[in-house]
Ligand binder design. Sequence first.
Ligand code: FE2
Ligand code: FE2
Length: 236
Amino acid sequence: MTTTTTLADVAAISLGAVRTLEGYGLDYCCGGKQPFREACLAKGLTPDAVMEEIQYALESGAKGKDRQTAPLGQLARHIIATHHEYLKLELPTLGNRLNKVHSVHGARDPETLDRMLEVFGALREEMELHMHKEEVMLFPFIEQYGRAEARGESMPPVPFGSIATPIGVMEREHASAGDALGQIRALTNNYELPPYACTTVRTLYAGLEALEADLHVHIHLENNILFPRAIALESR
Ligand SMILES: [Fe+2]
Ligand SMILES: [Fe+2]
């Protein structure tokens, strides 16, 4: 670890590292470019102690599959099968739940619930389009890169000049999704249940919090592992 090691670098070590960072509230995802040391110190944490915990998780076998060396196509397919499929199911479910809460309790807490509806609606629309773009445009090229690498061939040309161009767009959309989730977290007071919370409100809040956690891992796998590996292959 050097002074320029970022949170994203640390998160890329293993899924155990991701869990440790998450446990300390260190934003490895949208704030992944922050230096690890400074981010720890800003939270009153000792960087070496956090790093020791990550090493321990790694040595005790708690590490996830090695995403740094997994074939690129396999990683892209894992992201689709796990995180995209999850969002395709959860976004409509949570949308319906939120509509129900809004229609039942909207009059009691109009400011929060109107805004929730707006922010969630925009997040859902953006993410559905975003995943479509990844699945039909970007990931197929990343898979081709992975195959070319495995065969020792040079990288096939891409229609958008450089793979970094669509990746830049995806990263901006990730930041926007992270922002929407932050707004939802603030609107719900960190998912603190309101006094009128019925079962639907409880399941809505639990679902939104789970969505946030899943999206963080999803964005981490793309921003910190899949995309940098594809960019590195192109410039090889
Ligand atoms: Fe994705
Ligand atoms: Fe993405």
